[in-house]
Write a protein that binds this ligand. Structure first.
Ligand SMILES: Nc1ncnc2c1ncn2[C@@H]1O[C@H](COP(=O)(O)OP(=O)(O)O)[C@@H](O)[C@H]1O
Ligand SMILES: [Mg+2]
Length: 346
């Protein structure tokens, strides 16, 4: 066999796309109630009434995006009257980028170089006599929610759903905007072990060849996933261990393949155990006070017997940023002047 020849009989992965994080499963078990609630929020729009707006929250990797996308897909197949517009706010820094992304979803060309106001006018024109459902996923990643003000004033009959990993994000939205959109809370609770096992098993059956993995190995992957509380961990381990086994020329995943997959996932993260005592303490404090300003975090650090000066404290925080563990952001300046907010890097 040549170096690049593929022996299809030895392949374990039947459909790799199913093992991508963006894949929307045909069924989303254990989220029936949430899916129903999302559908109920939109349904009145089909009868010329207004829908309700939702604030969807819950930990990362537990099916928020998958559930909303599932509902929007179903909606698209049911009606042309309602236009679903799903936007992930990650990396969209200003409202210009948000509006351009919306324009892009609506197949509006030539937005480059135009002002955000200009782009918005095109969107308004395109959505004339239509009923949009706007979903802003990972809304906490956006620097300013000002654009929501324009959305609510220009699309009074629209339904707006905001999604965040942070349950208290809603308290941080500008009251001016909050008074305009009444948001109903919809919580996604974490999965239990049995549910995780069900999800991983289903994914393995769809993506891998028959008998490519034993139930005991699915259980092992499920246990690790349950401890990390993020379904993506399990999907990653399924995919990596399948690839490692294939590279060994096997058509079944063995314990050693899973072990190697676990090790490779650890390599991808900076090793938190190698941090100094002060660095670990700073990291721990930020974990408990994500997004707090540097001065306040320093006070907490001192109250836990931290001995560094404020200057060194900030130097250490910068090093943790370089290691990819923290994110430092200068604030625009409040009554105390400019400061730095420190976040856990997601
Ligand atoms: N109940 C479920 N059934 C099947 N797959 C699921 C379920 N919940 C989550 N997943 C899968 O787990 C991964 C992470 O889910 P996602 O919706 O992206 O999480 P979140 O938006 O909450 O961070 C996705 O690949 C998704 O398909
Ligand atoms: Mg998501």
């Amino acid at each position: 066999m040549g170096l690049f020849d593929v022996d299809i009989n030895k392949h374990i992965i039947k459909n790799e796309e199913i093992l991508s994080y963006d894949y929307i499963p045909q069924k989303i078990p254990y989220r029936e109630n949430q899916i129903q609630e999302i559908a109920n929020s939109i349904k009145p729009m089909l009868n010329e009434r207004s829908g309700s707006n939702l604030f969807i929250y819950g930990a990362p990797g537990i099916g928020k995006t998958a559930s909303i996308k599932w509902v929007l897909k179903e909606l698209e197949e049911t009606t042309d009257e309602i236009i679903p517009i799903y936007i992930n706010c990650w990396n969209l820094k200003t409202k210009y980028f948000i509006f351009s992304k919306i324009a892009n979803k609506l197949n509006l060309a030539f937005t480059a170089g135009k002002s955000s106001e200009h782009v918005l006018q095109h969107i308004i024109y395109k959505l004339k006599n239509k009923k949009p459902v706007f979903v802003f996923d990972e809304i906490d990643k956006i620097e300013s929610t000002d654009f929501l003000y324009q959305i609510t004033s220009n699309f009074p009959s629209a339904c707006i759903h905001l999604i965040s990993n942070k349950f208290d994000y809603v308290t941080k939205i500008d009251p001016r905007i909050k008074s305009r959109i009444i948001l109903k809370n919809l919580e996604f609770r974490p999965y239990n072990l049995e549910e995780i096992n069900g999800i991983i098993k289903e994914r393995a059956e769809k993506a891998l060849k028959k008998n490519a993995i034993n139930p005991e190995h699915i259980k092992q992957i499920s246990n690790i996933t349950y401890n990390k509380k993020d379904v993506r961990v399990g999907i990653y381990l399924l995919k990596e261990s399948a690839k490692i086994a294939e590279q060994r020329g096997k058509n079944k995943i063995e314990k050693e393949d899973i072990k190697k997959a676990i090790d490779s996932s650890l390599d991808k993260k900076p090793d938190e155990e190698k941090l100094s005592k002060d660095e670990s303490l700073i990291l721990e404090i930020v974990k408990d006070n994500d997004g707090e300003i540097a001065g306040e975090l320093f006070e907490k650090y001192k109250s836990k017997n931290g001995k560094l000066s404020y200057k060194s404290f900030k130097r250490y925080a910068k090093r943790l940023e370089r290691l990819g563990l923290l994110k430092l952001k200068r604030t625009a300046g409040g009554f105390k002047g400019r400061s730095t907010r420190i976040y856990i890097k997601k």
